[in-house]
Design a protein around this ligand. Structure first.
Ligand SMILES: NC(=O)C1=CN([C@@H]2O[C@H](COP(=O)(O)OP(=O)(O)OC[C@H]3O[C@@H](n4cnc5c(N)ncnc54)[C@H](OP(=O)(O)O)[C@@H]3O)[C@@H](O)[C@H]2O)[C@H](O)CC1
Ligand SMILES: [K+]
Length: 240
């Protein structure tokens, strides 16, 4: 099922500050909570993985999800949950120990644990995934990835399976397209709401846009940007 397409020049690109302002306005001015946005982000990531990268059939198809403890990880954990309920063999590797998670990401992780989805806090030992989802780090990257996050990035880059990044390839700065060492070389990136200025980088791969229900009116009111109802034909767009 192909995603509707949109030309990149037809949508504004957001700086990270503008994205953070979108987050703020969504919660404070519209009452759309982080958990609702994260749920939309995660469902879109699961849908993109299923429809574009997992082919036909569910039985035995293996999905490895790499998750940090921030909002990016939270979105990937939602995707893991949805893919598990759709019958895929889902394995989650966390960049941080579960007891270091807090807030909404912790809430999402607790649901996964309640479902008994396979979780580990180490580098995946198998290399037979059919797709890898990268929810290690999003737009709050600070400097070159280190620690287990860096190990997971290196592991993902060594896989033959396609790697789909949420919001930005982990280790690529969504503000200025700096690709640190290590950083994910994504087959595709599903960014949220609107493209980010720093996603003009070859490591992004094919760029998709997910609808997390930001009212176009918010962009006009808080950012002075004119954005049409770009998701009217589908909630995941391929940007060309
Ligand atoms: N409206 C939206 O766009 C929405 C975006 N969402 C997603 O949320 C992330 C931003 O979430 P945030 O919690 O601010 O942070 P991140 O998840 O991007 O990253 C924080 C974690 O990353 C680790 N980190 C950062 N830099 C490094 C580094 N150099 N090396 C290792 N690890 C790093 C950081 O590590 P700590 O040890 O400090 O914990 C954090 O764990 C956005 O990108 C979207 O994906 C919302 O989910 C929905 C709305
Ligand atoms: K990411």
């Amino acid at each position: 099922m192909k995603s509707p397409e949109l030309r990149r020049e037809n949508v504004p690109e957001l700086s990270t500050e503008q994205m953070i302002e979108v987050d703020r306005a969504m919660i404070e001015d519209y009452g759309i909570e982080l958990i609702q946005m994260m749920e939309n982000a995660g469902r879109a990531l699961a849908t993109l993985a299923r429809d574009q990268f997992l082919g036909e059939g569910r039985k035995g198809k293996r999905v490895t999800v790499l998750a940090g403890r921030g909002g990016n990880g939270g979105g990937a954990i939602v995707a893991a949950r949805r893919l598990a309920t759709w019958g895929f063999d889902v394995h989650v590797s966390l960049a941080r120990d579960p007891n270091t998670f807090s807030g909404v990401p912790a809430q999402q992780l607790a649901i996964l644990q309640a479902m008994g989805v396979k979780l580990q806090t180490s580098i995946p030992e198998k290399s037979n995934s059919d797709v890898v989802l990268d929810g290690i780090i999003g737009y709050s990257l600070s400097g070159a990835p280190k620690g287990r996050a860096a190990d997971l990035i290196r592991w993902a880059n060594a896989q033959s399976a396609p790697v789909v990044s949420l919001d930005a390839p982990s280790g690529v700065d969504a503000t200025n397209a700096t690709a640190y060492d290590p950083s994910i070389r994504a087959t595709a990136t599903l960014t949220l709401a609107l493209p980010k200025a720093g996603l003009n980088h070859p490591q992004v791969g094919s760029l998709y846009l997910a609808d997390i229900s930001v009212p176009p009116e918010l962009y006009a009111r808080f950012l002075g940007l004119t954005v049409g109802p770009i998701f009217s034909d589908g909630d995941i767009l391929k940007l060309n």
